[in-house]
Write a protein that binds this ligand. Sequence first.
Ligand SMILES: [Mg+2]
Length: 212
Amino acid sequence: MTQFLVVLDVDSTLIENEVIELLADCAGRHAEVAAITDRAMRGELDFAASLRERVAALEGLDVSCFREVGEQITVTHGVPDLIAGLHRTGNLVGVVSGGFHEVLDPLAEELGLDYWRANRLGVTDGRLDGTVSGPIVDAQSKADALLEWAGELGLPVAQTVAVGDGANDLRMMEVAGLSVAFDARPLVREHAHVAMDVRDLSQLLPLLGLRA
Ligand SMILES: [Mg+2]
């Protein structure tokens, strides 16, 4: 019987990178996208607005960039051990991302994740059309995903764990039974049950009383 459902953020948590920045590099629009990110950090834009603006800046990008970006991703130290350790003891692991299915899907399959959810990019004739297709995965949808997956499993919310580094992770950290701030900003650390500063996700196993 499942004991725990662990749900991780993706950018700067499951992986060392920020996928939107890699896509911007591939599009040759790093400065443009970075400027929008800065405005969001200063509180001038909310997450959904900043995501829409950054995706609009990627209009025309060839879909071959998904593969190029996928090859540049570095999985955070300890992730394969964490997933193997959780699975060996009958637990499940999911990720939820303000990033994109187009880049996350191959990685999620390679890692053997049980659940994953992200945004979808609008594509027309093999190029990004500058839109996000469908509802945007924001802080609330991250929390909703965790609750929905736990509900499907019939797992009490107290047996869920949320791991993240950014403001966008605060809602899911609030609803989870245990919240872990991973190499996180001060605001996120302050709201978490546990803060981890060493970038090794296998540290979650002993925290949950599981052997590595
Ligand atoms: Mg993050």
